[in-house]
Design a protein around this ligand. Structure first.
Ligand SMILES: Cc1cc2nc3c(=O)[nH]c(=O)nc-3n(C[C@H](O)[C@H](O)[C@H](O)COP(=O)(O)OP(=O)(O)OC[C@H]3O[C@@H](n4cnc5c(N)ncnc54)[C@H](O)[C@@H]3O)c2cc1C
Length: 473
């Protein structure tokens, strides 16, 4: 095996595998090292996202949504089904099939692009003759350039140590073989809401305990309020805000969760507990101290706006560095790092252009600034709402709830933020991201002919409303 590379990418999650492909496309001799093993103990490319994150969660969200719709929504279409059942083993096997297909696809892409793929934990040893030395188990390789894409892992909670039997992290929550009767989720962020929704729709009684007093504090307030209402009233989630877990005790098969809420100590009994209190960067065992790689106060590898670290020819991307922990952010940074190594001049990634999505029902998505951020910054803005209850396609889908909010600069009409709660927000947000990326105005959105009937007409209507020209409101 060759042991000298132009680029060694550490980690084959969305950041790492994309970086490796782009580097190879640009003619660089590329190695990608990844340590992940699946439940069967086999190496599996794709990192958190493909194995235990984005993809398996979306597979289970879809299965559980179908089951829920069959029980609760189909009757109004005249479709009757008595006592539908769900085979959880089959649902989990379907999810695994999707994961295997995609992770296997990365293996094929690596082969197609001539990327060497090594399984194991990489440790940086130092630099000799402009070559970074790396150890992978007993193996030794070197590369002129390094891209660190080691991602993140679930944040642990001392009061609720994960065993993935009764106290679960994301991997455990995506692999349950039966529906727990009572499920508690610590954390009502993106991951907690999505995983809680899956098991609620399948029949669990789900309580989310969130230490923060506000629901989805990063989202636009109006959107967060609408989303919370719907998640409580329609999905049936019990969301307790300002609820700080103090300790978790095992009593036989049951878990007794003690938490502090509204100045009182309360208790909750659950059969399973999901801990979803955020994620921490993966730098352990990488040799960062030995080589003098700078780590910030929160444990992230320090990088500049172009993902360069403090050491020559070492880049770091994705969840292991500052910024939103999102797969598409990691991918964009992967391209950015690879292109710089190939000698290209690239602009930095603008975080304000990155869309956020929560795949609950209704979906929640946004890009750009919230109304609260604009107020705080003293920016004068115009605002328009488009409502899904007035949208023909949404009503035909049986999902006529929620809204699109368009915020534009009062001085020049440039789109500053678009916020959505409603059906297929995950797809609609990409038109919004396009508007922000290309500095479009609400007049550009208005001037774009939207197909009828389509959900995106609600965005068009919101742009009209921002100019006091709403046609349906
Ligand atoms: C349940 C869940 C749902 C999510 N849903 C979404 C979503 O819908 N959309 C979205 O954008 N994001 C989502 N995310 C977040 C997304 O998964 C991450 O932002 C993304 O995976 C980060 O990519 P990455 O390449 O930085 O790291 P990762 O995907 O974490 O990959 C890092 C890889 O590096 C390997 N590694 C670590 N250290 C070493 C080492 N020393 N040597 C070799 N290999 C190493 C790891 O084993 C892993 O395979 C979700 C996350 C979770 C947990």
């Amino acid at each position: 095996m060759d042991t000298e590379y132009d680029v060694a990418v550490i980690g084959a999650g969305p950041g790492g595998y994309i970086a490796a492909i782009r580097a190879a496309q640009l003619g660089l001799k590329t190695l990608c090292i990844d340590a992940f093993k699946n439940d069967e103990g086999n190496p599996s490319l794709g990192g958190t996202c493909l194995n235990v994150g984005c993809i398996p969660s979306k597979a289970l969200l879809q299965s559980s949504e179908n089951f829920h719709s069959l029980q609760h929504d189909f009757a109004e279409h005249g479709i009757q089904s008595t006592n539908p059942t769900i085979d959880i083993t089959k649902m989990i096997a379907r999810k695994k099939g999707i994961v295997d297909k995609l992770t296997g696809g990365i293996k094929l892409l690596f082969e197609k692009n001539g990327i060497t793929s090594l399984h194991g934990t990489a440790m940086l040893l130092g630099r000799e003759n402009n070559q970074w030395q790396i150890s992978i188990g007993g193996q030794h390789v070197c590369a002129r350039n390094i891209i660190i894409a080691t991602g993140s892992r679930p944040r642990e909670l001392a009061s609720a140590p994960v065993d993935n039997i009764s106290i679960l992290d994301n991997a455990g929550a995506l692999a349950l073989q039966s529906v727990p009767k009572r499920l508690c989720v610590i954390g009502a962020g993106v991951i907690g809401l999505e995983l809680g929704s899956v098991w609620k729709r399948l029949g669990s009684q789900v309580t989310l305990l969130e230490a923060m007093p506000d629901f989805l504090p990063a989202a636009d307030k109006r959107i967060a309020v609408e989303a919370k209402k719907s998640l409580i009233n329609k999905t049936g989630l019990d969301i307790q805000l300002g609820a700080a877990v103090e300790h978790v005790e095992r009593q036989g098969e049951e878990l007794i969760i003690t938490y502090h809420h509204q100045q009182e100590s309360k208790q909750l009994t659950a059969d399973k507990l999901i801990v979803a209190v955020g994620r921490v960067p993966n730098t352990e065992g990488l040799g960062t101290e030995k080589i003098g790689l700078e780590i910030d106060a929160h444990g992230f590898i320090t990088v500049d706006e172009l993902c360069k670290t403090n050491l020559p020819n070492i880049w770091a991307i994705g969840d292991v560095v500052r910024g939103p922990m999102l797969a598409h952010k990691a991918m964009e940074e992967g391209v950015l790092a690879a292109e710089q190594i190939a000698g290209q001049k690239v602009p930095p990634l603008l975080f304000n252009h990155i869309p956020w999505v929560i795949y609950t029902q209704p979906e929640i998505a946004w890009v750009g600034q919230t109304e609260e951020q604009l107020k705080k910054a003293g920016i004068k803005y115009k605002k328009g709402n488009g409502l899904f209850p007035a949208n023909g396609r949404a009503l035909a889908m049986g999902q006529g709830e929620g809204l699109v909010k368009v915020l534009t600069d009062a001085n020049n009409d440039r789109v500053l933020g678009i916020h959505i709660v409603g059906p297929m927000a995950s797809e609609l947000i990409n038109e919004a991201a396009l508007a922000i990326a290309f500095d479009a105005s609400s007049e550009d959105l208005i001037g774009t002919i939207h197909a009828h009937p389509s959900l995106s007409e609600t965005l068009h209507e919101a742009a009209l409303a921002a100019n006091k020209r709403a046609l349906h409101g």
